[in-house]
Design a protein around this ligand. Structure first.
Ligand code: PEP
Length: 253
């Protein structure tokens, strides 16, 4: 049985004070709740708020995630944050290859691969995001696109490390649009990804990897998606910014 993982990607939202407030409210809401132990809960604030949020969630069932990382430890990389720094701030999970950096900031499959290797080498868990655009889905190349992204991200990753990773299947056309993949559409791609992992690493690794769905997941549509046999959680954007909506998804999981 794979433990479900619900991660909130706060993106470029909330000041440090607002992030601290949301984290405080979440900690209070899940305190003593058995469902909070049954699911892995992750929040991914901005880099600026990581340290503060880390202190607030300490001792609670909530884990800390970052929204990106660089593959070098330190040096002349203006604007970047290293995995070492994230580790020191108490980060466990790192989102990599999200469609926003891919489409808006030139993130490449090659860089996602370097970051994945580095995050794993430092003992953190990458959440590797993959997904097709609307044009790619309509052109019937969803599997080709997703397969290229997964194969590139996992180049050089050992089976032992691959088993620890999380993949987020996020159809680009569903992110922040209010348009969600149907339960069947999500399950079909998740099953495809698991089959691909099986080809790459064998069935025990494929069965261990958790595959989240992301794209306008909310409390109202979460249970249908999360009931699918290959959907092991959610990566949540908009609905993770308020306690009630995020909590609704956690409870559904
Ligand atoms: C995301 O950006 O990872 C995401 C899934 O966003 P939203 O839930 O807002 O569609």
């Amino acid at each position: 049985m794979r433990k479900k993982i619900i991660a909130g990607n706060w993106k470029m939202n909330k000041t440090v004070a607002e992030s601290a407030q949301l984290a405080t409210d979440l900690v209070a809401a899940v305190k003593g709740q058995p469902y909070a132990e049954a699911v892995d809960i992750v929040v991914c604030p901005t880099f600026l708020a990581l340290d503060r949020v880390s202190g607030i969630i300490k001792g609670s069932p909530i884990k800390l995630g970052a929204q990106d990382a660089h593959w070098e430890n330190q040096g002349a990389f203006t604007g970047k944050i290293s995995v070492d720094m994230l580790k020191a701030a108490g980060v466990t999970y790192v989102i990599l290859g999200h469609s926003e950096p891919r489409t808006l900031f030139g993130e490449t499959d090659a860089n996602v691969n370097k970051k994945t290797l580095k995050v794993l080498a430092e003992g953190l868990i990458p959440i590797v995001c993959v997904g097709e655009t609307l044009a790619e889905r309509e052109g019937n190349i969803t599997e080709k696109v997703v397969s290229t992204q997964v194969k590139a991200a996992y180049q050089g990753v050992s089976a032992q490390d691959a088993a620890k990773t999380v993949i987020a299947y996020e159809p680009v056309w569903a992110i922040g649009t209010g348009r969600t993949a149907s339960d069947e559409q999500a399950q079909a791609v998740h099953k495809f990804i698991r089959g691909l992992l099986s080809e790459l690493y064998g069935s025990s690794v494929a069965e261990a990897v958790r595959i989240q769905y992301g794209g306008s997941m909310k409390a109202e549509n979460a249970s249908g998606l999360l009931k699918q046999p290959d959907v092991d959680g959610g990566l949540i954007g908009g609905a993770s910014l308020k306690v009630d909506s995020f909590l609704g998804i956690i409870k559904a999981a």
